[in-house]
Design a binder for this molecule. Structure first.
Ligand SMILES: [Fe+2]
Ligand SMILES: [Fe+2]
Length: 135
């Protein structure tokens, strides 16, 4: 079962960013798979690590574009990214230390945050970036 799917509803209208979002969703699905197939802790840690790294990479890419073109929503957008990254980092540490388990609640949180952020906060920059010729 696929845990989460990208659909046109999540498109921000900018190909390079849609591609990054699709990859992010693939990584969340990989983590879900690792959890539901009962993979070992080391395998789950690797997947989680990949997700955490790519999340930071994607957020940086968006923030660089916002800064480069002077997007007015930069500060609040960046703050949302930071809050999420902190949550992922805390979870990763807790998981590695054996204090937190990878649960469906954690997976639902990752999925819901990602969908809501793309659908609201990311989509809010669509017209601005498109008007700057970003593809
Ligand atoms: Fe995004
Ligand atoms: Fe974003």
């Amino acid at each position: 079962m696929v845990f989460m799917t990208w659909s046109g509803y999540l498109s921000v209208g900018i190909e390079q960013i849609d591609t990054q979002h699709k990859h992010l969703i693939d990584l969340i699905n990989a983590l879900y798979d690792a959890m539901s197939k009962g993979q070992g802790k080391a395998a789950m840690e690797n997947t989680l690590d990949e997700l955490a790294k790519y999340t930071v990479e994607h957020f940086s890419a968006e923030e660089s574009l916002m800064q480069k073109y002077g997007y007015s929503g930069y500060q609040t957008h960046k703050a949302e990214h930071e809050t999420f990254v902190q949550k992922v980092v805390d979870f990763k540490k807790g998981f590695e230390a054996g204090k937190i388990l990878l649960s469906i609640e954690v997976m639902n949180f990752l999925r819901d945050w990602t969908v809501n952020h793309i659908a609201d906060t990311d989509k809010a920059y669509s017209q601005f970036f498109i008007s700057k010729g970003i593809k």
